[in-house]
Ligand binder design. Sequence first.
Ligand code: ATP
Ligand code: MG
Length: 465
Amino acid sequence: MSLNARFSLRRQLVTRLLWPVLVLVAVAGILAYSIGLHFANLAYDRWMYDSARALAHQVRWIDGSPKVTLPQAAIEMFEWDDIDRIYYAVTGAAGEPIYGFDGLPELPAALRSGMSPAYYDGMIDGRTVRIVVLRLPAPGGAEAVTVRVAETSAKRNILAKEILLEVLVYQALLAGAASLLIWAGIRSGLQPLAKLAEEIMARTPADLGPLLADVPQEVRPLVHSLNDLLTRLEATQAAQKRFIADASHQLRTPLSALQIQAERASRENDPDARAEALRRVNASITRITHVTHQLLTLARADPASEARQRFAPIDLARVAREVTTEWVPIALTRGVDLGYTGPETGAPVFGEAQMLKELLGNLIDNALQYNYDGGRVTVGVAAAPAAILFVEDDGPGIPPEAREKVFERFFRLPGSGGRGCGLGLAIVKEISQLHDAVVLAEPGDGGHGTRVKITFKSAPAQSFS
Ligand SMILES: Nc1ncnc2c1ncn2[C@@H]1O[C@H](COP(=O)(O)OP(=O)(O)OP(=O)(O)O)[C@@H](O)[C@H]1O
Ligand SMILES: [Mg+2]
């Protein structure tokens, strides 16, 4: 899995929130500018309209024809403006000049009749002008008169620039504030993740307890999975530590003894004594091999191991018959009658065959080892209602107070001989637990001997399909 360094939740959130907000701010700015411009133009248009009306008042009808007479003071008042130039004109019905400036841009065809007042734009001397048109109906059916006032657009342009500047400043402030709020919001929103990361960073391999950071609901599944993993890691680590402790404890002494025995054998000159010393070396090696085997089996059967991943449907009856057959020759050497009772095949369980063989081997080994010579040992399987596996002997039995203790690691009944190291039943218990089965030591039939019984959970039918 490759980590994408560019993939950052914060960056993603910022990009996804900030850009739309900035676009919105920009759109709002454009709207504010055009609304401001519209109303400013409206105000100037009104002012021009008022001028045109004042001029219209001066139109007199003398002998049915229109005349305009304006005192110089009034003309100056009309034209007075320190920024813009103002032009005015009164024309007759056919457009013939009656009064005022003669060079106003021609009326557009659409405005020649109809609406009054009307406005249009044009050019005078290379400068844009805004023009208001006012039409005066003539009294007594005489010809109509058109009054027009034009104004260059310097003031309008200055105001447009001022509005634009104002809007830009406010939009910039707004965008800045929005970015700041978004950034701070995302930062504080992601704070719990940062805290979680800190807590994980602070962990050492020895500190595998659950994570306690208070995280938002959305992150809780992640923390749950992490805690699950930590729990399993902790169990694995504990199992490993226990194995190392057990192994060093169980192997160190026999290995030192073996070394001494081997040295002694090498120094021995007498052939008989040498043979005896070598026999001891051999016995030690056998014991060490056995302990090592038991320790490794126990480690493999640990619930924290990966054994469950190898589980498959297994025919318990077949496995039991196979293992029993393997042990018959050993039973014969001890004069023990080893037999099997149960179905030929069947008794399905979900598990691992090698482990179940190990389990059964340990039980048969015990039953042969701790039985009287010439005793009887029975391996049994029952399929219903749940699969059951048992090994029964008619030996001395296990005293009631020790029936639980025998499953502990390294526990042996006082006086138990043989090469045992006290791990067999611990292995049986671990393998049983791994298979969700329950193990029990009880007296055999008629209250004699020992029966160790393993009851499996009835396996769901689909596990075997
Ligand atoms: N069938 C049995 N009859 C009588 N005692 C038993 C029987 N099975 C086990 N025990 C007693 O329980 C003890 C523990 O058995 P367990 O199989 O765990 O260890 P072990 O046989 O001593 O060593 P290992 O199996 O590792 O070689 C034995 O030492 C023995 O005293
Ligand atoms: Mg044993």
